[in-house]
Design a binder for this molecule. Structure first.
Ligand SMILES: Cc1cc2nc3c(=O)[nH]c(=O)nc-3n(C[C@H](O)[C@H](O)[C@H](O)COP(=O)(O)OP(=O)(O)OC[C@H]3O[C@@H](n4cnc5c(N)ncnc54)[C@H](O)[C@@H]3O)c2cc1C
Length: 497
């Protein structure tokens, strides 16, 4: 039995453990966090210290792509998640609720996301791979580097294990294969050149947001407002607000704003967060005391980036028997909730590539790189361009301009402004009016259709344009205060505090 060593025991590392052990690999997962697994998912939410993955305390959407991979490869894992209070959120239920009984389409049954807290998901996943008996998890182990050998001059380094820090100094752990799943702060750009590879090409750009999340428990017996596919949100331009369904009748509210917008940092503290929640009708409705009570403080997270590292250069792998998955390979703005799903996509792709190229490490590396290019990179590119646009929108609003204008001041067309208006006043309201658009949108945000296809579909575009043409017929919609009004709310909250 071949032995794979995985660096990092979070969602990507555990996903690799699951995928490779399903194919007969013996897997050891090394995690730097030195905290034992709590006895239940409920205690995990209260006590599990995950310093290495601080985002475990934030809202997470678990998309249909992820849920479907679990159904396909580990249906009993899905059973366990449901037994711990996770819920399946079906497009068909939402369509019925909104449109009565609209005609179905093949594939509608695939559009099912999971309402589950990230910590519950990770706890159940970890328990599941441990119970399989094929994966060993070692906590409190910090990997400090790689070990490699070369077969001859010109041969790329072949990774044969990892170096770990221990009380008595460094030790080497041998393996047939090493997978870096150590997250967005991976040190692979140092580790690879240390074993003699060329420098690792890497890029990174700011997401243009910081994040705050707070969790709430629904009171016994109350019915929550409805959720579209597990999350609903509003975008006020200067502030994005989302409601994320969790397991066990827990949900969370997340807000995101620009790090350049200093006064908006008030949402990082409880009085400012509560003032913002109270001012945005969607969030106020969900957090009303009759409906729910907060069960955590306000968690913040900044320094968010879109980043990518290349492990193949000029058509050749930098090293053999070494892979990176999850955030270590590529990560993007968390606001679209794709990280866990794409980490699982990579984990199962990797297992397939290793099986298909069991006798050729180079071919396996190139095949996996092609999978990343095909299945992950297009989502990354989409996010980078959307973030660049969101930054422009935010900056224009701070200057007092309207970034949604179809025309420039000189009367010429403003294609960017038109496209933004088309999405905001054409697509978004039509999601509650048109089952065809809701389906197409739900498939895309759940990673079931390729990115960028939505507005290229002539039928979708026709319907969005039609909806945009009817924008004046809709009653004006109030999503929340202007930025100045929100700042006044922060001042009042600070004075009261
Ligand atoms: C604020 C925020 C919100 C998010 N929301 C969503 C969402 O809604 N939906 C979604 O799907 N995704 C979301 N994501 C992304 C998602 O959390 C990640 O993509 C997912 O957890 C996969 O991460 P990972 O396992 O690659 O890395 P991580 O979760 O960061 O885990 C890396 C692990 O490696 C360990 N480690 C690091 N270095 C070493 C070392 N040298 N030796 C040993 N161990 C090491 C760390 O302790 C850590 O446990 C969000 C991310 C953030 C930041």
């Amino acid at each position: 039995m071949k032995h794979a060593m995985v660096i990092g025991g979070s969602v990507a590392g555990l996903g690799v453990g699951l995928a490779l052990s399903n194919k007969g690999w013996r897997v050891t997962v090394l995690g730097s966090d030195e905290t034992p697994l709590p006895p239940s998912h409920r205690e995990a939410f209260e006590t599990w210290k995950r310093r290495g993955s601080p985002q475990t305390r934030h809202s997470h959407a678990l998309l249909a792509r992820l849920r479907n991979l679990i159904c396909e490869h580990a249906p009993d894992l899905l059973e366990r998640l449901l037994a711990c209070g996770a819920e399946e959120l079906r497009f068909t239920d939402r369509a019925k609720q909104l449109f009565g009984n609209p005609p179905g389409e093949p594939g509608d049954d695939e559009i099912v996301s999971l309402a589950c807290r990230r910590i519950t998901f990770e706890w159940v996943l970890r328990r599941y791979v441990l119970d399989s008996g094929r994966v060993e998890i070692k906590d409190g182990v910090d990997v400090t580097g790689l070990v490699a050998a070369r077969r001859g001059p010109g041969d790329p380094p072949r990774v044969t294990g990892v170096r770990i820090a221990g009380p008595g100094g460094e030790r080497v752990l041998d393996a047939d294969l090493v997978i870096d799943a150590s997250g967005r702060r991976t040190r692979l750009c140092d580790w690879l050149p240390e074993i003699g590879t060329a420098p690792v090409r890497a890029e990174s750009s700011p997401c243009g947001i910081f994040y705050t999340s707070r969790f709430y428990q629904l009171r016994p017996g109350v019915e929550p407002p409805s959720l579209d596919g597990g999350l609903v949100g509003v975008d006020l331009g200067y502030l994005k607000v989302g409601i994320f369904a969790g397991d066990s009748r827990v949900f969370s509210i997340t807000m995101a704003a620009s790090p350049q917008d200093d006064p908006m940092r008030s949402i990082l503290r409880r009085p400012g967060f509560e003032a913002a929640v109270a001012g945005v009708p969607l969030a106020a409705r969900w957090s009303s005391p009759e409906l729910a009570e907060p069960v955590t403080g306000v968690h913040g997270m900044a320094g968010l980036t879109n980043a990518r590292r290349w492990l193949v250069a000029g058509g050749e792998p930098l090293a053999l028997n070494f892979f990176a998955v999850g955030d270590a390979q590529i990560h993007a703005n968390p606001i679209t909730g794709r990280g866990c799903s794409l980490a699982f996509v990579q984990a199962f792709d990797l297992a397939d590539c290793l099986e298909a190229h069991a006798d050729d490490a180079r071919d396996a590396a190139l095949a996996f790189d092609a999978c990343v290019e095909r299945n992950v990179v297009p989502w990354y590119h989409l996010q980078v361009s959307q973030d660049a646009d969101a930054v422009e929108v935010g900056e224009a609003q701070l200057r007092g301009e309207n970034p949604f204008e179809e025309k420039n001041p000189d009367g010429s067309n403003n294609p960017k402004g038109f496209m933004r208006a088309l999405l905001r006043e054409g697509l978004v309201p039509a999601l509650e009016e048109d089952p065809v658009l809701l389906r197409a949108f739900a498939r895309t945000i759940n990673l079931l259709d390729p990115p960028g296809d939505l507005m290229k579909n002539p039928e979708v575009l026709r319907r969005v344009l039609d909806s945009y043409g009817r924008r004046a017929e809709r009653p004006p919609r109030y999503d929340g205060p202007t930025r100045d009004e929100m700042l006044a709310r922060f001042d009042a909250a600070a004075a009261a505090a």
